[in-house]
Ligand binder design. Structure first.
Ligand code: SF4
Length: 235
């Protein structure tokens, strides 16, 4: 069985049964920490406005660079009015560490304009409201819903996407599709903490390059593991 240097794109693209989905979540609940009382979103921001902006900054950026860019930007402005008073050049300069800064500057301006025009400057607390804002996709909307508004939502980042599709909890090619499928397939009791179990499992066990299948609590249910084991037996 191949367990090292596995390419990120390797996925099962098949589904395990509904009872097995339940079993996977039961085992992850046993093995991984859930939501802590003061859980902060991956971007660690204290309010919905800054969480949205940080999430926009995080696209194709390392967490450390996103944090640097967010610190510099929020030192200049921390509300829609203050943000719109800034020149584009000032925003771009502040967020340079996170890359794609011209595109992100345009998105930040459009986001703030829409937030003021359509929501009176207050970040909406519904997924549809968040998704209506320029620059906010499903991942950002769900992170804000979960971490800022405390909703029982499994936000899908790169770790959650990888784990779900290796095991066969979902069979989606994009994180957005994974989010739609996992919402349909996860048991209700797993919605509050599911994101936390999956993300920690992805960081500690089912890692991108070298998944630790030999000590994985769901290897008997994992479609990727089964496929690799079968491939190893016939080669
Ligand atoms: S057996 Fe476990 S660690 Fe290995 S790919 Fe499957 S879920 Fe990931």
């Amino acid at each position: 069985m191949r367990s090292a240097n596995m390419p990120k794109s390797t996925r099962s693209l098949a589904l395990i049964s509904e009872p097995d989905v339940e079993t996977v979540f039961e085992r992850l609940r046993e093995a991984m920490p859930g939501r802590t009382k003061n859980a902060k979103g991956p971007k660690g921001q204290p309010d919905a406005y800054r969480s949205c902006i940080s999430c926009m900054l995080s696209a194709q950026s390392l967490d450390s660079n996103t944090a640097k860019a967010a610190r510099a930007l929020f030192a200049l402005a921390a509300s829609p009015e203050e943000m719109l008073a800034l020149e584009d050049e000032a925003i771009a300069q502040a967020i340079k560490p996170c890359g794609l800064y011209n595109m992100k500057t345009r998105n930040i301006r459009k986001f703030n304009q829409a937030l003021l025009a359509e929501h009176g400057g207050v970040v909406p607390d519904t997924r549809s409201g968040l998704l209506s804002l320029p620059g906010i996709g499903r991942k950002c909307a769900d992170i804000v819903m979960s971490f800022t508004f405390g909703a029982d939502v499994i936000a899908v980042d790169t770790h959650v996407h990888r784990v779900c599709n290796r095991i066969g909890l979902t069979d989606a090619k994009t994180a957005e599709k994974t989010a739609e499928q996992i919402e349909q397939r996860a048991p209700d009791w797993a919605m509050a903490d599911g994101h936390f179990w999956l993300i920690q499992f992805g960081k500690r066990v089912c890692t991108s390059r070298s998944p630790k299948c030999d000590r994985c609590p769901v290897s008997d249910l994992c479609l990727w593991y089964q496929r690799e084991t079968d491939a190893g037996a016939t080669s």
